[in-house]
Design a binder for this molecule. Structure first.
Ligand SMILES: [Zn+2]
Length: 251
């Protein structure tokens, strides 16, 4: 098993982002530090996107629920960072995270790093107003994951106005059945394309736009980031929004 894990680690560690904007760039640029992107993926794309956009905008928190090849953790502190670097607090080299396989019982709590990543999601989900599920089919082998998310989200009766959006190419009835515990009555939108979501229709302002639209019934126009542009152009477009955030904080 260790041999397989090492081979998987080597393969995924070699993956890199292309120079042009990817869906990962759009995701990290469209969210703020109050937001969390939780992923089950082992590949380094999300981490690399957060790194290359960090100088443009404050990026969201990332939670790697099944471990990740780009990320290491400090054995002495609850800190994570780029693998092959050292903890900025104690100088200890970051350790490789465990990669969890698609088996039924994953026992998340048995690994300190994985447990901390789940805590980040568990602590944020109860306060979330908008939940976007992208590229995750909730297979039956992941019942433990779905159960944990369900506990953090609360019952649909607790969640009276919250909005869930699901990006998947599956049949809508099938999706609604899978994600029933997360959907309050009719507060769900389903899309085939991530770019159609509320999240990417209102980058860095999705919560403000959602509160206006869903609670105050004031529809505000979309503000989509450009497509088909260079990464520099995409960053420059988002930088304008980040500057407003900075100015707002300093007043
Ligand atoms: Zn440390």
């Amino acid at each position: 098993m260790e041999e397989i894990e090492a081979a998987v680690h080597t393969y995924f560690s070699g993956l890199r982002l292309p120079p042009d904007p990817t869906i990962y760039d759009y995701l990290v640029l469209s969210l703020r530090p109050k937001d969390v992107i939780a992923t089950f993926n082992w590949d380094p794309f999300l981490w690399l996107a957060a790194e290359r956009n960090a100088a443009t905008c404050e990026t969201p928190q990332l939670a790697f629920l099944h471990g990740n090849v780009a990320v290491g953790y400090c054995p002495n502190h609850p800190v994570k960072g780029r693998i092959s670097t050292r903890c900025h607090q104690c100088g200890e080299p970051y350790r490789t995270t465990k990669l969890l396989y698609p088996v039924t019982s994953k026992n998340y709590a048995s690994n300190a790093f994985i447990d901390a990543e789940w805590s980040a999601l568990r602590n944020r989900l109860p306060h979330a107003f908008l939940l976007t599920i992208f590229g995750y089919g909730a297979p039956s082998s992941d019942s433990e994951a779905v159960e944990l998310m369900k506990c953090a989200w609360g019952t649909t009766e607790d969640r009276r106005f919250e909005q869930t959006e699901i990006v998947d190419i599956r049949d809508p009835d099938d999706l609604e059945e899978t994600w029933k515990p997360f959907i309050h009555t009719h507060h769900v939108d389903m899309f085939h394309d991530l770019f159609d979501t509320f999240l990417l229709s209102h980058p860095r302002r999705s919560i403000e736009a959602a509160l206006k639209q869903y609670l105050e019934a004031k529809f505000i126009s979309e503000n989509r980031a450009p497509r088909g542009c260079s990464l520099l152009e995409l960053q420059s477009w988002h930088r304008a929004l980040a500057e407003i955030e900075r100015a707002h904080r300093s007043t």
